[in-house]
Write a protein that binds this ligand. Structure first.
Ligand code: NCD
Length: 361
């Protein structure tokens, strides 16, 4: 890089190097008074936090079954407003966050199409984010570019009226709340089988460009004896940064292109689609997807109590007939997203203490 000449260039360099620091150095900046404030990377979560969040999500789920419980929840955060800034396509993450807000009585505003925001008039990303923060109490954001949520959180930490930032998917990099709902789904599924510790978890598909599997890998350091199996076409293998992290935390992983060989050893198979939107020259088309798909023949090789997950939307990699199989967990997984995201919002705003006021049964 060229030597910075002006003060602006020096500031930018400082700013860039601040954003480039490892997650463990940045984590304290995502907290305030010991409470989580910004949700940016899955690597920032600890075991006690994950367990507490799962407990809160369980409570919200139970309370939502009765009118009395729903009335209680809707009165928890009616004084808070959320901005949903989703400039990249989203169905589940958007709807589950929107409904999580509504369950807790929060009101929501949204921008889903950047052509309707002042960014088309040339307003900078920073100014847009700062503007949102003038009107709401939390910014939930999904962008096509990596690193934007981290940038927004950094910006918030330097202004007089900061609001929390939640990363709802940043490019092909991170999707921390997806990792939370995936962990919650694994925990619930293995509740009577010793929890997540010691399980063999397969991840299949476009592991190179899929942010969900990346974020989930960064959470695995919280569990003992987990082994990972990456099943991917060679050109879409898991990225070196994730592998380096797994090595650092001594989490064993095995890479293969043979689903049939991997299947019998798995306790969970996390299936993902080809991320074709990142293709520059139709790279995905060269993949024989039938080798990275699951249907009736593959089900016979999978353990009877294994589970099948998928962040959705699905492509051809899971045959719809699999939906009938009791091991198919993806529809429950998608609903878990709403409970877990409501739990995150409660934690951010400190509403979880109120749960002691009510019996969920
Ligand atoms: C995922 C995403 O957007 O990264 N979807 C989701 O949030 N449920 C997975 C995907 O699009 O493949």
């Amino acid at each position: 890089m060229m030597r910075p000449k002006t003060q602006d260039e020096r500031d930018l360099l400082l700013y860039d190097s601040r954003l480039q620091r490892p997650v463990r150095m940045k984590t304290p900046e995502f907290e305030r008074n010991g409470r989580i404030r910004h949700v940016i990377f899955s690597g920032q979560f600890t075991v006690p936090f994950l367990e507490e969040l799962a407990g809160i999500a369980d409570m919200i789920r139970m309370l939502s079954k009765s009118r009395e419980g729903q009335d209680f929840l809707i009165n928890l955060l009616p004084h808070k407003r959320a901005m949903l800034y989703f400039t990249q396509p989203s169905t589940r993450t958007f709807l589950s966050f929107n409904n999580a807000c509504h369950i807790l009585g929060m009101r929501t505003s949204e921008i889903r199409d950047p052509s309707t925001s002042s960014e088309v008039k040339g307003e900078s990303f920073e100014d847009s984010i700062r503007t949102f923060s003038s009107y709401v109490d939390v910014i939930i954001m999904r962008t096509k570019e990596s690193g934007r949520a981290a940038q927004a959180a950094d910006l918030m930490n330097g202004i007089p009226r900061p609001v929390p930032v939640i990363n709802a998917g940043s490019g092909s990099d991170q999707h921390p709340t997806q990792a939370l709902l995936d962990i919650y789904t694994l925990q619930r599924s293995f509740e009577e089988h010793g929890g997540i510790d010691g399980k063999v978890i397969g991840m299949m598909g476009d592991l190179k460009r899929g942010r969900t599997v990346r974020s989930l890998c960064y959470l695995m350091k919280n569990y003992q004896g987990v082994r990972l199996v990456f099943i991917a076409p060679e050109q879409f293998a898991m990225q070196p940064d994730v592998k380096a992290h797994l090595d650092e935390h001594r989490i064993p992983y095995h890479e293969t292109t043979r689903l049939d060989e991997a299947l019998p050893s798995l306790d969970a198979l996390y299936v993902t689609r080809m991320q074709t939107e990142w293709d520059t020259a139709g790279e995905s088309r060269s993949v024989d997807l039938s080798r990275f798909s699951i249907g009736a023949p593959q089900l016979t090789r999978l353990k009877r109590d294994a589970i099948i997950m998928h962040p959705l939307p699905r492509g051809p990699e899971i045959d719809p007939s699999v939906d009938q199989d009791p091991r198919a967990m993806y529809w429950r997984q998608e609903r878990n997203g709403m409970w877990m995201r409501a739990a995150v919002l409660m934690k951010i705003f400190g509403a979880e203490d109120r749960l002691s006021e009510i019996d969920p049964r």
